[in-house]
Ligand binder design. Structure first.
Ligand code: AMP
Length: 288
């Protein structure tokens, strides 16, 4: 496995392969890799000829009060995982190389980032959209894989690729979970043992929402309360949002018909947990 740090060297490597018609797959990450990342890398490995994974803790997507400085950076372990899973290039640019002095272009998607994570973390998604656009320009992938875990991010990336004609196929891989259902996340290491046990309540609340839909509940507010009831059993948890939304626009649904996504974000100790479940409501059968 090659380790490339310079964006120019990375671009030259990709350019040569693209000219030869090689299909480059890409998995962008911030490192601290876990089984969720591993699943994305494995899927990309199966679908593409050459595989690039990036490890870049992108300062542009962190708020001033967020954990940029202490974000875990176990680079040797991360490289070992990438090597084991058949990554061809681990792209590890420096902050200075990605954002040299004079850098000024930012990519924003106002509608899809208006709510949920975008509301709680202003500027986060313009940081994500900007770095994804830059990485696609450097790596030139035919396909890129993102996790469903960050649902709003994956919706944003799809919209970005469509709006800017980037020509990258976006694949969204289902969320990889711990045995009890907690979505894997690099930030779970910040949880104490006690918080870790409580953290599963977010997933349980989303399940409660999905079960309500399964029982035929279609009213968005009622589904929202079914989810909130479960989280409220855990006093250590504060709800940021629990919502029933359209999976493409992420606008809240007052009535669920067909596809919906249940989105949740809560605070537990020092950690914000986010999770989601996609559901398809059974359509009422027409009677003739
Ligand atoms: P991150 O390193 O947190 O920026 O994540 C890099 C990619 O891995 C993103 O596309 C995430 O959505 C994805 N990812 C993170 N956690 C999981 C998970 N538990 N299951 C599936 N994908 C994940």
């Amino acid at each position: 496995m090659k380790i490339i740090r310079s964006p120019t060297t990375m671009a030259v490597w990709s350019e040569r392969l693209v000219r030869e018609g090689v299909k480059i797959g890409f998995v962008p990450t911030m490192g601290a890799l876990h089984e969720g990342h591993r699943a994305l890398i494995r899927e990309a490995r199966l679908r593409c000829d050459a595989l690039v994974s990036s490890i870049f803790v992108n300062p542009a997507q962190f708020g001033p009060q967020e954990d940029l400085a202490k974000y875990p950076r176990p680079i040797l372990q991360d490289r070992a995982l990438c090597r084991k899973e058949g990554v061809d290039v681990c792209f590890e640019p420096t902050v200075e190389a990605m954002y040299p002095s004079g850098f000024q272009t930012m990519v924003t998607l106002p509608a899809i980032t208006r709510r949920w994570e975008g509301e709680v973390r202003p500027h986060h998604f313009s940081g994500v959209a900007t770095v994804v656009t830059k990485l696609f320009g450097i790596v030139r992938p035919k396909m890129a894989i993102f996790g469903q875990k960050d649902f709003q991010q994956s919706a944003l990336v799809r919209q970005l690729v469509k709006d800017l004609n980037l020509g990258v196929e976006i694949v969204v891989h289902p969320t990889v979970r711990e045995e009890d259902g907690l979505a894997m996340s690099s930030r779970n290491v910040y949880l104490t043992q006690d918080e870790r046990k409580r953290a599963v309540m977010l997933y349980k609340s989303l399940r409660a929402g999905a079960e309500a839909i399964g029982r035929g509940v279609t009213d968005g507010k009622a589904i929202g309360s079914a989810m909130a009831q479960v989280v409220k059993k855990e006093p250590a948890i504060t709800i940021d949002y629990l919502a029933v939304c359209d999976p493409t626009t992420l606008e809240p649904l007052s009535t669920v018909r067909g596809k919906a996504v249940l989105l949740g974000a809560v605070r537990l100790g020092p950690v914000r947990l986010i999770d989601n479940i996609l559901v398809v409501a059974k359509q009422a059968r027409r009677k003739f």
